[in-house]
Structures are given as C-alpha cells and as structure tokens.
Unconditional design. Structure first.
Length: 329
C-alpha cells in the first residue's frame, strides 16, 4: 500500500493547491498554482494553473505510482458539461505524466471531507464564493447558494468586497465622511484616501477602477472588511454580521432543524480566527446546539482521501482519513 500514490487538488478562485500522498500517510509533495476556476478565469488559464500545481506536487515522484486523483472545484458541474473545459483539464493531467483516471467533485464535498470522515453532515464554505451543502454517504445531496458572484454567493469574499465598495459609494453620494473602512478601500483601489472637492469625481474614479478589473477581484477587498471588524469599525462590523446571518440562513435551507450530524466550516473566511468565523460558529451553535462544528482542513488532502477511499486495498476509510487528513483527526 505504501507504493500506491493518490493525488488531490483543491481548485479555488484565487489559488490551486495539490498534494501527492501514499496510502500509508506519507506526503510526497505539494504544489501551488494561481486561481484555477474555469468559470472565473477561462478553461485554458485554469488548466495551466492546474498543471503548475500538479508538477509541484509530483516533483520527484514517479507518476506511474499514482492510482487515482480527485479535483475539487467550485462549479464542477459546469466544467463537466463543457467539452472544451474538460479537454483542457485532460491535457493538463496528461502533461503532468498521469495516466490514471481522475474525477471532478464540487469544492463543497472536498471541503467537507477535509473536516470529517462522517458520511452525512453539512458543509458551509465562504471564500471567494459561498455555498452550503448537505452531504449524504459522502455525496452532495442538496446545495444552497453557490450561484456565483452575479446571482448569489451571499456572505462570500466577493460579496464583502462589493458591499464595502457600495457602502463607500453611498457615503460619497451623500457627501459624508467615508469612514475608516471607506478610506482603506479608496487607498486600495485608487492609491489614496483623499476625496476630491467634488465627491462625485471620486465616486466616478472608484467605479472606473472596479469595472476595469475582473469582477472576481472584488474579493481582494474582503481582508479590509475583516481587519475593520477586528478594529471595531462600524460599517465593517455590520457587514460581517450580515454575512454571518446570510451564510447560516443558506445552511438552514437544506439542514433540518435539530440535526445532530457534523457541520464543517470551510473557506478562508470561515477557518482560522476571523470575526466572520466566530459569528458563524455562534449562530450555528444556536441553531443546532447538539451538532459538532468542525473547521475544514487541507482541501487538497481531503480530495486525496476521497480519491483513495474507493481503491480496493482500502478497507478502513476512517483510519485512512486520520492518516491523510491529520488536521481533522
């Protein structure tokens, strides 16, 4: 079993991470690329970042040892329905020297698997985007939100960034002080916190700065909101509260009241010591007091476990989970 290698990838809007591990739990390599979501970046660019991450993880590893792989990807269904996008991913897989099959799953399932080996539960993810999903027998059963930046992803990094800009524009329209968060946003987007003599000129410049960039880049403003909330800035604190309420409400659409199965929180905004993570944990505990709330671990490792668990030599998937995903053990 120690000779068998599996590969897992966690593909997000801002980064792509890959890991190669043995069934004995030995981590042979990791790799990282840029944003690899084909919906946000296009199939060819996404596949190029996938290849970069794969090559990093497989450096010094004989690719013929790899028996299976899983790619966790937001919008997996769109990729699977797009022949051009799937062909681009197939080429990247082959160019990495891999000849084994791979499967594509939604990032929600991969995030869930990085937090628990329980077959049933709920996962709530907030990163660049946001989605809630109910998991049954380690398959996505029902989902809520995850509709993308244009139609949904409420409470996500994109949502926080967009709302921060909208609050700032409203203040400029009213001729009001932009406040600490507004000044941080102005500095980030325009290079200065100064407001022109005619606030409308600053508002117009702000709109132009945003619209010149890909929409997904609004998610880069989310850390400013988080930092503002840490400092107690009122607008930032209010946005964090709205985001937390919206995220938990998404989970409540698909998770029964009184459910006791685990809840896994994933994505950069819900893992670690962040104000949004704390607010979502508190609201989750209030709604489902008897459920264990776990933090997602390494998504790439969770994907590797999903790839490995169906191999015939794996007889104890739970024990394997503890080996491959130690953060969630």
């Amino acid at each position: 079993m120690s000779d068998t290698v599996v590969v897992g990838l966690d593909v997000g809007g801002t980064s792509t991470r890959a890991v190669a591990v043995t069934l004995a739990g030995e981590r042979l390599g990791t790799g990282r690329g840029g944003g690899g979501n084909p919906t946000s970046h296009g199939a060819e660019r996404a596949a190029a970042e996938l290849l970069t991450a794969l090559r990093g993880a497989l450096h010094g590893v004989d690719p013929t040892r790899v028996r299976a792989g899983i790619i966790g990807l937001a919008g997996a269904g769109r990729l699977l329905a797009d022949p051009h996008g799937r062909a681009a991913f197939d080429r990247a897989w082959s160019q990495a020297g891999l000849r084994c099959p791979y499967a594509v799953h939604g990032d929600a399932l991969v995030g869930y698997a990085s937090g628990t080996a329980a077959p049933d539960g709920t996962v709530l993810i907030a990163g660049t985007g946001a989605i809630a999903a109910q998991v049954r027998d380690l398959r996505l059963d029902r989902t809520a939100d995850g509709h993308g930046w244009l139609l949904g992803d409420t409470g996500s990094g994109f949502w926080l960034g967009r709302e921060a800009v909208r609050r700032l524009l409203a203040a400029l329209d009213a001729g009001a002080d932009p406040g600490p968060l507004g000044r941080r946003v102005l500095t980030e987007l325009l290079g200065s916190a100064e407001v022109a003599a005619r606030p409308r000129d600053t508002a117009d410049a702000l709109v132009q700065a945003v619209t010149r960039r890909p929409p997904v880049e609004l998610a880069r403003l989310a850390p400013l909101v988080v930092a503002g909330a840490v400092d107690g800035e009122p607008v930032a604190t209010g946005l964090i509260g709205e985001a937390a309420a919206s995220l938990v409400e998404s989970a409540a659409r698909i998770r029964p009241a009184g459910a006791t199965s685990p809840v896994v929180l994933g994505g950069g905004l819900l893992t670690g010591d962040t104000p949004l993570a704390a607010a979502v944990r508190a609201e989750t505990a209030r709604r489902w007091p008897d459920a264990a709330v776990r933090s997602a671990g390494d998504g790439a490792a969770g994907a590797a476990w999903l790839a490995a668990r169906d191999l015939p030599e794996v007889t104890d998937p739970v024990a394997l989970h503890a080996l491959l995903v130690p953060e969630a053990a």
